[in-house]
Design a protein around this ligand. Sequence first.
Ligand code: MG
Length: 379
Amino acid sequence: MPRTAAIIVAAGRGIRAGGGLPKQWRPLAGQRVIDWTLAAFKTHPSVDNIVIVHHSGDLAHIGGLDVVCVQGGDSRNASVRNGLEALATLNPPPERVLIHDAARPATSQALISAVLTMLDHSDAAAPALAVTDALWRGADGHVTGTQDRDGLYRAQTPQGFRFDAILKAHRNTDGPAADDVEVARKAGLAVSIISGDEDNLKITRPEDFARAERILKGRDMDIRVGNGFDVHRFGDGAHVTLCGIDIPHERGLQGHSDADVGMHAVTDAIYGALGDGDIGQHFPPSDPQWKGAASEIFLRHACDLARTRGFTITHADCTLICEHPKIGPHAPAMKAKMAEIMMLDPDRISVKATTSERLGFTGRGEGIASIATATLVRV
Ligand code: MG
């Protein structure tokens, strides 16, 4: 799991939004704007470190924010640079960074996930919405011309970058830039566009507070818990594959795929939470292409499906039921392997084992069973 940091840029003065206080410190739906923004990143399972960049005049407001706070510079660029330099002092520094405007408090977990997923294949990725309205030029209250909207986008944040690349770009840049994508492009980085979100508004004018409040209050957190159960029987073989780890054993597990009973239970738990069938429906045993397949293909598919539907997997718990082999010595490796496949921190994965007191088919050593739960959240 690449280490990921977020920089929240809160150094602006926000005069257009009115209210006599920079907009990021103003109240919104029972909290301050910045509290909503911060919560979106704090609760995201992939974000490890957060830095807030604030104005030197706003020291009174940063108390109680339990993240690293860094003073901004005299331009947006300089402020982001200060945030990046603060992250560069971490040991080790992050591999990826999300740079986000504090004035966008309604950023969804799904949008953050989408930016991070694109960073797997790209040096830089940012959300944007294609312009759909007709565009005019105007002066003195009159239309003076039209503008072709083809290929025009409205840029949003969070903008995501490989950390080394954007740090270098900021160190080498001078002059103004509208955002970090402009800085990245000046440094020759290719920036991928991902689909933005209309609800991810930037509070700019006084009326934007009411709209942001409607979005945040109307948002229902959707929490789902799915379960999975699986059994495979013992047959010939010299190892078993459990939660992605090969363990030497005097017998193997039989099955159409690699018979990884633990991974199958977790995969079915995710499909269960999504209300979308099971492994057998997505990967029919009658289809020869899945014969002997590595089960991580199934687990990756379930995780991708969850992300596509806007869900973040926050946790999975898997219990293996057998007398032999002994699971305990292999459980840390299983956790690490499952975490890598699911792109989660290992502390969000549990792999444990029990015997059935020599009762039943697992007790007689005829096979291995597994039960699993998975928790998925969409906000
Ligand atoms: Mg199975």
